[in-house]
Design a protein around this ligand. Structure first.
Ligand SMILES: [Zn+2]
Ligand SMILES: [Zn+2]
Length: 311
């Protein structure tokens, strides 16, 4: 029998508080700035990794964002992008049939005292197989998971999103990310989102994120695009912007269809095990157009100069 919560975050009974995080989030939350509050939580998860405190705040804020009736005290509601962010997947519950997901109130609360009316879904109390309201068979509460004798009911705990947003299997520290775009250039916000999608939980301290227009002909297909991206990464390596040593083995290509922004190819290069690049620290540097890399601060920044495709 397969357990269905292997990708979930399991809240411990007691955990160390993160007072700095709580101060900032609590202040924003009281100002009704739930979106900003959730951004602070996201930053903590990205840089400090999983913590019960951060996930606790995330659940509260995400649940406020999923309510049908908007709260008038909220000036900055949580966004759909935030609700779907893979960093929050470990505290989501996913329907095993249709992949709809939600953030359950039972995850942290004392559910023995919780009266359940009109639940979003139910969950097997043995293996955590979950079904949303639409996929439930109201006459049959037996767990559909093969070999499981449990019954669907409550509490409904997190399962992660193994079908819709499976956990990133890569764990290496990162060195460099290259984004190839078409039609709409990549903004910093989007670049952060793409990193969240392609490299969830990977350490991104001190890395450089570049974006360039995809110059390969769309008709040549994705294989040609991949080749072009790897050639570019090779050029960066030759110019000393990515460390030498097994670049191709360290680089993987993640195609992402970015809603409203078109097709992106993300080239994620992991840091080698030793050397300078394995020790990177500090904030992420975003170089999102084809400016020359320069440390010369006296020179005025160049204007945006998008690559044009030669004929
Ligand atoms: Zn469903
Ligand atoms: Zn079950």
């Amino acid at each position: 029998m397969v357990k269905h919560d292997a990708e979930a975050f399991h809240f411990p009974e007691q955990y160390d508080p993160l007072p700095e995080l709580t101060d900032e989030v609590d202040r924003l939350w009281h100002e009704g700035r739930n979106k900003s509050a959730l951004d602070v939580v996201l930053r903590s998860l990205r840089t400090e990794g999983r913590s019960a405190q951060a996930f606790g705040w995330a659940l509260m804020l995400l649940r406020s964002g999923m309510r049908r009736t908007p709260d008038l005290g909220v000036v900055e509601p949580v966004t759909q992008e935030q609700i779907g962010n893979p960093y929050f997947a470990p505290v989501a519950t996913e329907c095993a049939r249709c992949t709809k997901f939600w953030y359950s109130a039972h995850a942290q609360e004392n559910f023995e005292n919780l009266v359940l009316s009109n639940p979003i879904g139910l969950q097997c109390q043995v293996c955590r197989y979950s079904l949303c309201r639409n996929c439930l068979d109201s006459r049959n509460r037996n767990c559909p998971n093969e070999g499981c004798l449990g019954e669907l009911g409550a509490p409904v705990l997190p399962t992660g999103r193994p079908l819709g947003k499976p956990a990133n299997p890569y764990t290496e520290k990162l060195e460099h990310v290259l984004i190839l775009w078409r039609s709409t250039p990549t903004s910093q916000d989007e670049a952060e989102e793409l990193l969240d999608l392609a490299c969830t939980w990977q350490e991104r301290d001190g890395i450089t994120v570049r974006s360039q227009v995809n110059q390969s002909d769309e008709r040549d297909g994705e294989e040609a695009e991949r080749r072009m991206g790897l050639v570019l990464a090779g050029l960066y390596e030759r110019h000393g912007m990515i460390s030498e040593d097994g670049l191709l083995q360290r680089t993987r290509v993640v195609p992402i269809q970015s809603p409203g922004r078109g097709h992106r190819l993300v080239f994620v290069t992991a840091a080698p095990e030793t050397g300078v690049a394995s020790q990177l620290s500090g904030p992420v540097t975003y170089l999102l157009f084809d400016e020359p890399d320069t440390d010369d601060e006296d020179r005025p920044p160049r204007k945006r100069r998008w690559f044009r495709r030669g004929r």
